[in-house]
Design a protein around this ligand. Structure first.
Ligand code: ZN
Length: 172
């Protein structure tokens, strides 16, 4: 039986909770299982490591410190920017907005400046995952070349629809 290892595609159901509060931050329950190509840095580091060697039907529960998940909070990622940069957007604390370099959260709105946080929403958090392995199979040559899983729960290439087009590394 194929077990989770480099260049396999694993399909898993997962529920992620904040270790501190028990609050669920993400879950595949009620959706298709998540498919990912193992060993290609598609997942946070600890997630793959903990699943290595698992097989279909295994239920794996593990807790990851920030360094194995979304990293520590980086103070330099918290910045004051001129309000002018927001143009017509009426920024309010708690708002999450998109920029060229990724999403950020508005922390404080001051006189002429706005304090923003570019840290990942889960940076600095210890995360617990409850994972059920649904399928493990060898990846196809094409998947290894593209660096991601294809098919249900993975990347779908649809030339008619740009939203579904490949955003993988070195792909297409
Ligand atoms: Zn692809």
């Amino acid at each position: 039986m194929t077990t989770v290892s480099k260049n396999t595609v694993a399909r898993v159901h997962y529920t992620g909770t904040l270790a501190e509060s028990g609050e669920i931050f993400d879950s595949s329950i009620g959706r298709d299982p998540l498919a990912f190509l193992v060993g290609h840095k598609k997942m946070i580091p600890g997630f793959e490591r903990e699943l290595m060697g698992a097989k279909v039907g295994d239920n794996v529960v593990f807790t990851l410190p920030p360094e194995d998940a979304y990293g520590p909070i980086i103070q330099d990622a918290i910045q004051e920017v001129p309000s002018d940069m927001f143009g017509q957007i009426n920024a309010e604390p708690g708002m999450v907005l998109m920029s060229d370099i990724g999403p950020f959260k508005v922390l404080e709105v001051g006189e002429g400046t706005i304090k923003v946080d570019f840290n990942h929403a889960l940076a600095g958090k210890t995360l617990t995952f409850d994972v059920m392995v649904v399928e493990v199979r060898d990846a196809t040559e094409e998947e290894i070349l593209h660096g991601h899983a294809h098919g249900p729960g993975g990347v779908t290439h649809d030339t008619q629809n740009e939203d579904n087009s490949c955003k993988g590394d070195g792909c297409c």
